[in-house]
Design a protein around this ligand. Structure first.
Ligand SMILES: [Ca+2]
Length: 611
């Protein structure tokens, strides 16, 4: 067992030790060799703690050890050929229903709107749709606060609309996966209402409801949406845990009856014929039963206090296996988990095929460059993405499947992070499309990527409806000038991804006056072309990967399978440069920015077919 007498190297050999150390090194801007160096890796943790005492709280290491002990053995990365599966060949397209397509002019996207665009999606060439929540919800967090798991939100339509959507998706040979939000429910969910009102109800144990006085919170955990993670209910003299907004009450997965209810609900949707689920913050479902105080030293590093008690909880693997065994497996359903905070080795522990937990996960480590968070207004260097993805391609293992994405409903658009210069945006959009669709893994397009959409310019806080941004604003108001706050909000807010797509004539009342973008037809055309290319053979989903050149601003690689091979060359920088790949015997099949002089223009991308 790991103790303070174990060495740094032994700690680094565990999935948790490895991922946390890597994250810390990255934040400090230090190379990994700082730990793998034998002189360092042989040092006992006890001595290391002494060396850094003063800069690192000793309890920090204890907390890391506690977490690392949960999984002391490395899960091996396989090098065997990839097992085929439909979701490894598919290209997914994420629909955020509220801002996708509005059919009745109320400014809110809806299911009939999605239905009206299915031919567009089919023609685009995507294979599966991921629908962000469409369940009944008071919309405190745009549907990620579910009031009724078996009902459709009125603004989005009816269950008949949904059934028709599923049927029409299937009719077109596409698949549909739903969002599954089971770490928490809305405080308006009947389970929670009953739990709160009736002390004798078995539902009381479905949540974390703790008796106490208003002065003393059960622990010091903080919420991801600002402030403490506890809400007080004065009438009942109860504290309720909410890691997210105060209307999103965390479910207690320790309770067997709760787990059964959730599994029944999942099966109910699978019985309808949905093809799988994207599982919201799924790695948070198992909390340390003691609900002890979070380590404040850890809290100050990660930004949220208490995370070590649920990031990689003691029964996470057990619960994931139960869901898979009892709900997914009987229906051969696909699963992709949102797993914030897990690094490569921890992700492997929940997705390696022999573990029988999740099919894939979304890891977010590539979304910000080292030393930055989403709260920072900075320019993203794609050289970092290249190094990040090379690390995952090289080390994740063929028993795991990479998910590829640059955007989702929780982030501003990557294209605007890479460059602020509107003149190069279409090039960056195409470059990201090429990487997304030709690197090894399963791509997820976010609605509007294919239109070349960029970030919006919000001119007033009233234009931002996102609960996270509003919480941030409340917390910072008065500490910084309004202009500074608006600048930060423009850099970080999820609202960028939540404005109705440009084919809608009328925007949400809050977004009125916002300058709507137009579809960049050449980006759309290139997406169609690249998606078509991806379908010609199985090289991109399953082929080998070989790095040809990974120097500054270069990303040149070969993908090959059964005698067919392609070379992709990308210019990751804003300066033009000489092409690296001569392409003498190859055929140029895609060029995002054709030029006579052979140079690669800013953010240009080319694809060659060698044989
Ligand atoms: Ca509508």
């Amino acid at each position: 067992m790991l103790t303070l007498d174990s060495t740094i190297g032994e700690l680094y050999a565990t999935p948790v030790g490895h991922d946390l150390a890597d994250k810390l090194l990255m934040q400090l801007g230090q190379p990994r060799s700082m730990i793998t160096n034998p002189l360092v890796s042989r040092v006992k943790l006890r001595s290391a703690a002494k060396l850094v005492s003063g800069s690192l709280d000793p309890s920090f290491l204890e907390t890391v050890l506690d977490l690392a002990r949960r999984e002391e053995k490395e899960i091996p990365a396989s090098k065997d050929p990839v097992n085929p599966a439909w979701w490894k060949e598919a290209v997914f397209y994420q629909i955020y229903p509220r801002s996708f397509c509005d059919s009745n002019g109320d400014g809110i996207g809806d299911i009939p709107g999605i239905l009206s665009r299915l031919d567009y999606l089919k023609e685009l060439g995507v294979d599966a749709l991921w629908l962000s929540p469409v369940y009944d919800s008071p919309n405190d967090d745009n549907g990620y606060d579910i009031r009724d798991y078996r009902k459709i939100l009125k603004e989005f339509g009816t269950m008949e609309d949904f059934d028709r959507l599923l049927e029409e998706v299937h009719k077109r040979g596409m698949r549909l996966i739903m969002d599954l939000v089971i770490n928490h429910t809305s405080d308006e969910h009947p389970w929670f209402r009953e739990a709160l009102q009736d002390p004798a109800s078995p539902k009381r144990d479905y949540y974390f409801l703790k008796e106490g006085s208003p002065e003393k919170r059960p622990n010091n955990w903080t919420s991801f949406f600002s402030g403490p993670a506890w809400r007080y209910f004065p009438e009942q003299k109860l504290w309720g845990l909410h890691l997210f907004s105060s209307k999103q009450m965390d479910l207690n997965w320790e309770n067997e009856a709760l787990r059964k209810e959730i599994i029944d609900m999942i099966r109910w949707w699978l019985e309808k014929g949905v093809d799988g689920f994207r599982m919201d913050v799924i790695n948070y479902i198992s909390k340390d039963p003691g609900l002890e105080d979070g380590n404040t030293a850890v809290g100050s590093v990660v930004g949220f206090t208490g995370m070590e008690h649920y990031l990689y909880g003691p029964k996470l693997h057990e619960y994931l296996r139960q869901i898979r065994r009892e709900a997914f497996e009987p229906y051969q359903a696909f699963s992709v988990g949102e797993t914030p905070g897990l690094g490569i080795r921890m992700c492997r522990a929940v997705t390696a095929q022999e573990r029988k937990e999740l099919d894939m996960v979304f890891n977010f480590d590539h979304l910000e460059t080292p030393g930055h968070t989403r709260m920072d207004d900075y320019q993203y260097d794609l050289n970092f993405y290249r190094d990040h993805i090379l690390e995952w391609i090289g080390n994740y293992g063929t028993n795991c499947r990479l998910s590829l994405f640059f955007n989702n409903h929780d982030n501003p658009r990557m294209v605007s992070k890479v460059s602020r210069d509107p003149k190069v945006h279409r090039q960056v959009s195409k470059l990201l499309a090429v990487l997304l669709l030709t690197l090894p893994g399963t791509p997820f397009i976010f609605q509007g990527d294919e239109m070349g959409l960029t970030n919006y310019e919000f001119t007033d806080i009233s234009q931002i409806t996102d609960v996270e941004a509003k919480g941030f604003y409340r917390e910072q108001k008065g500490k910084k000038s309004e202009a500074e706050l608006l600048k930060t909000l423009n850099a970080m807010t999820r609202e960028h991804a939540r404005v109705l797509l440009p084919w809608n004539e009328k925007l949400l009342p809050a977004h009125e006056g916002l300058r709507q973008q137009s579809v960049r037809e050449d980006v759309l055309r290139d997406y169609r072309l690249l998606l078509k290319l991806r379908k010609q053979d199985q090289v991109f989903p399953y082929g080998s990967f070989e790095l040809i050149n990974g120097r500054k601003n270069c990303f040149v690689y070969r993908r090959g399978l059964n005698g067919i091979s392609y070379v992709v060359e990308a210019n990751l920088g804003k300066e033009e440069r000489k092409a690296v790949y001569p392409g003498k015997k190859a055929r140029l099949i895609y060029d995002s920015l054709p030029r006579q002089d052979g140079l690669m223009g800013p953010y240009a991308a080319r694809i060659w077919k060698e044989s």
